[in-house]
Design a protein around this ligand. Structure first.
Ligand code: ADP
Length: 448
């Protein structure tokens, strides 16, 4: 097992990793920026060092982080999500410096970082993909030809995109002509790669994703699915597990497809294979994320498997201690992202200082957060303050428990998504499982 793990992240996911390390008795090293020096995760790690310059650059500076890890005697680095988590070059640098990168191989990260390549691979192993252009496109005429053939609406995507950025739904030739260049320019600015492709836009799908765990001995299993259809601007807000719409047969088929894709790249460690499920029950691969995801908590709550612990033991070379037939769902779970943002103002991020804080508790309630009284929310980072995850024996019980927990939650001084989440938990459509990716847009009354 590792002697010491450097956590190359901040906020709630840094706390999550530190907790897993504590349970495994592995000392941890945190990194922080000047803006973040009072963070809880900084105090909870065994050692902490400031990186820089500025609030963000230090978290993205691979060579600086590797040099620090070597200096303090760490032998592994956990990247969390965001920052360097999907940077194949960083994973290679770790390898070359004799440090274990807690994640998949640089080759798998590289391949999955390009949606066009990932689509090709999926197709080659018989995993259905959304109808789309065969590869990247640069010519408007090519885009128009595809859209006219497949029919509008279509969605323009950045090949290297992520986090809901670089996506554009277009409904006519004119819009397509307008948006193709803009999309490519934005992709270049955000991801350093301007290549784009086009997919058929599926109306009102469910976003269904499968959690994969693979070890370094060729074992690959899935831990079932999450339904992440409650989204705004193509970004997830509420995630549930298991899905309320999958039949056991479809679960088995999609899970096998996800595992097959992972196998095709000799995948090891935790990863997520994302699909869209259309109104007719057909599923299509959209992308694979080679890292732990924000919403891994709901899977942990329904399977009792600690995904971050598994990431660490897998990276240390241990075989998986569960097989596919050991995986059972013991509950329903819902995660609400408690963000510092104003739902009534188009979910704009808010800054401020938390003046009162008391998190909910009781049966089936889990908080993954890094927020406390006097915590200052700066504009530099993601607005995620905490993740509230609850579980229950039935869907109805789980929704009621989430509502009760949101009512208990005290977080003052800054606008959050808590009141909006409460309204969702009382909405008959949500309570009866009637939701797809259009839910937020089609339920504007919940903002009142
Ligand atoms: P990102 O990598 O930026 O998260 P994804 O490709 O995973 O982008 O898509 C994010 C979300 O955008 C999906 O969960 C879904 O709601 C929507 N989306 C993506 N592709 C399509 C599509 N072809 N049709 C309909 N919705 C889509």
């Amino acid at each position: 097992m590792f002697k010491k793990i450097l956590v190359a992240n901040r906020g709630e996911i840094a706390m999550r990793i530190i907790r897993a390390c504590r349970e495994l008795n592995i000392p941890t090293v945190a990194i922080y920026s000047e803006a973040d020096s009072t963070g809880i995760y900084v105090k909870k790690a065994d050692e902490a060092y400031q990186v820089g310059p500025g609030p963000v650059k230090g978290f993205l500076d691979g060579p600086q982080i590797v040099a620090l890890a070597k200096r303090v005697g760490a032998d592994a680095i956990h990247p969390g999500y965001g920052f360097l988590a999907e940077n194949a070059e960083f994973a290679s640098l770790c390898q070359a410096s004799d440090l274990t990168f807690i994640g998949p191989s640089p080759q798998a990260i590289h391949l999955m970082g390009n949606k066009v390549e990932a689509r090709k691979l999926a197709e080659s192993v018989g995993v259905p993909i959304v109808p789309g252009t065969e590869g990247g496109i640069s010519d408007v005429r090519e885009g128009l030809r595809f859209a006219q053939k497949i029919g509008y609406p279509v969605i323009i995507k950045a090949s290297a995109g992520g986090g809901g950025r670089g996506l554009r739904v277009v409904r006519s030739d004119d819009e397509l002509r307008d948006q193709m260049d803009t999309c490519s320019r934005e992709a270049l600015a955000s991801f350093g790669d301007g290549s784009i492709f086009i997919e058929k836009y599926i109306e009102r799908p469910h976003h269904i994703e499968f959690q994969i765990l693979g070890d370094r001995h060729g074992n690959i299993i899935h831990l079932g699915e999450r339904d992440c259809s409650i989204q705004r601007r193509h970004q997830k807000l509420i995630e549930i597990a298991p899905s309320l719409v999958l039949t056991p047969a479809l679960r088995e088929e999609m899970g096998a497809a996800a595992a097959r894709l992972a196998k095709a790249v000799d995948y090891d460690n935790a990863g997520t294979v994302e699909f869209l499920l259309d109104q007719e029950g057909r599923y299509y691969f959209i992308e694979m994320n080679p890292r732990v995801q924000v919403e891994h908590t709901v899977t942990e709550q329904i399977t009792a498997i600690d995904i971050v612990r598994a990431q660490i033991t897998i990276a240390a070379g241990e075989p998986l201690d569960v097989t596919q037939s050991d995986v059972h769902f013991i509950a329903y779970a819902i995660q609400c992202r408690i963000n510092a943002e104003d739902p009534k103002n188009n979910f704009r991020p808010c800054t401020g200082t938390v003046t009162a804080y008391l998190s909910p508790g009781g049966i089936g309630v889990r908080i993954d957060g890094a927020v406390y009284k006097d915590y200052t929310i700066s504009p530099y980072y993601d607005p995620l303050l905490a993740k509230l995850t609850v579980r229950g024996r039935t869907w109805e019980e789980t929704v009621s428990r989430m509502h009760r927990s949101l009512e208990e939650y005290v977080l003052r001084g800054v606008k959050t998504t808590i009141p909006y989440m409460k309204a969702i938990m009382q909405d008959p459509d949500f309570r009866e499982g009637r939701f797809d990716t259009s839910y937020i847009e089609t339920h504007p009354q919940l903002l009142d």
